[in-house]
Design a protein around this ligand. Structure first.
Ligand code: GDP
Length: 421
């Protein structure tokens, strides 16, 4: 479910990406500490443990210990790390360095409004940096701030910073992404995270916290048009109950709804809730984020995987799609490759028709090859075995992003560019 912002504090969901070891965990530990998310006592405890073991304290231990608490079910909010900036609630989606990170991002489980792209000042822009930058672009994350970390390793020298700044902004510009800031910091030593770095007097831009504060919050999911993927259909008494979670928009009793791809329509008769409310207090409306169980004014046969919308804003029922995707599997994707397409709660067999274009995200070189290799990006035609409900790019992220599976594993994913038929 999409977290819902408190009215007074807009919520921004962010991801922190970048090459392994460039300092993502360290930056997160710092951010949590400097925004008051970690009690001093906890920090002292972790420092004492490190000292006892004769090893230097690492900020990433904070994350590890939070993870351990989560695994033991101690922390109530299990999936997310949160902290506050001057005017925003920041939710950090997904832990960095997570092996399944790309897969999670692709399946749309992680839907970020904004991102920090981290680069080690001593190592500079690496292929993985570019790939992550590309993936942000591919998934439609438009707000990006670049953080040049470990400035202590280059003696806080401006020329080293400027060279990286020039290289990464040129790369992002080629993708059509404008970095909102490029920030020199030392996450380990604390420069530039919440306080202006005294050792970078030549830098006049924002701190990391200020950059986060400048990100636009998500459009409230409730303000988008109705998208309710059907999770299950139960037969109960003589009624049929359709259940699912409202991804976006809202649902009202008496409203006409459409099921896509079947195209069937009905009117919402009741919205069931449990425990059954006293007579006269039935629910008449639900908003994004809520689990819904509804009955309809007529007997129609609908299935799991269909998307409920309103007639005015229905998604396409599509069988052929043009898709821009990121490929992760060892075996290349080429004409005829069979895949399973997952889109919201729908699932369909498909195969690749035409491969239009292949891009190497490391160097942004395009080729007319007809196979997409591991870690490459391409545009392909997907031919589905049956229609699924789809919103092409931008209309509704939940039904415009898809994942491809091969042999039961997520092998790639991306955005629906257009509906071919
Ligand atoms: P991640 O893989 O991106 O999460 O990277 P980590 O946060 O685990 O950091 C990798 C290593 O870089 C650790 O040994 C950190 O102590 C070190 N590191 C992180 N930030 C800095 C920094 O600002 N300066 C220096 N010198 N080392 C850092």
């Amino acid at each position: 479910p999409l977290p819902v912002a408190a009215a007074d504090r807009p919520l921004v969901r962010i991801v922190i990406v970048g090459h392994v070891d460039h300092g993502k965990s360290t930056l997160i530990g710092r951010l949590l500490h400097e925004t008051g998310g970690i009690p001093q006592q906890k920090l002292d405890q972790l420092k004492a443990i490190s000292a006892r073991r004769g090893m230097p304290f690492e900020w990433s231990f904070l994350l590890d210990s939070l993870q351990a608490e989560r695994d033991q079910g101690i922390t109530i909010d299990t999936s997310q790390i949160r902290f506050r900036t001057a005017s925003r609630d920041i939710v950090l989606i997904d832990a960095p360095g997570h092996a399944e990170f790309l897969r999670n991002m692709i399946t749309g489980a992680a839907q970020a409004d904004a991102a920090l792209l981290l680069i080690d000042a001593a190592e500079g822009v690496r292929d993985q940096t570019r790939r992550h930058g590309y993936l942000l672009h591919l998934l439609g994350v438009k707000q990006v701030a670049v953080v040049v970390n470990k400035m202590d390793r280059v003696d806080f020298a401006e020329p080293a910073f400027r060279a990286i700044e020039a290289e990464i902004t040129a790369y992002l510009a080629d993708l059509g992404v404008r970095a909102s800031a490029v920030i020199p910091i030392s996450a380990r030593e604390g420069d530039g995270v919440s306080e202006r770095g005294a050792r970078t007097p030549w830098y006049a831009g924002p701190t990391v916290l200020e950059a986060l504060d400048g990100f636009d919050p998500a459009r409230a999911p409730g303000d988008l048009s109705l998208r309710l993927p059907v999770q299950a259909v139960y037969k109960f008494d003589d009624r049929r109950i359709v259940a699912g979670r409202i991804e976006t928009g809202s649902l009202k009793v008496g409203e006409e709804i459409v099921f896509q791809p079947s195209g069937k329509t009905a009117v919402v008769k009741t919205i069931e809730s449990w425990p059954v409310p006293p007579a006269g207090q039935e629910r008449t409306a639900l908003r994004a984020g809520a689990a819904a169980a509804i009955t309809l004014d007529r007997e129609i046969f609908v299935e799991r995987g269909e998307i409920i919308s309103t007639p005015a804003s229905r998604p396409h029922a599509a069988r052929r799609l043009r898709v821009r995707l990121f490929w992760l599997a060892d075996e290349p994707l080429e004409t005829g490759t069979p895949v399973i397409v997952r889109l919201a709660t729908s699932e369909a067999r498909a195969h690749v028709g035409t491969v239009y274009q292949v891009v190497d995200p490391g160097h942004l070189s395009t080729s007319q090859e007809n196979r997409i290799g591991r870690n490459q990006v391409g545009e392909v035609e997907l031919v589905l075995s049956r229609p699924v409900a789809v919103d092409p790019q931008g209309v509704n992220p939940r039904t415009g992003r898809l994942a491809l599976e091969v042999g039961g594993r997520i092998a790639g994913g991306g955005l629906v560019i257009s509906v071919l038929d």
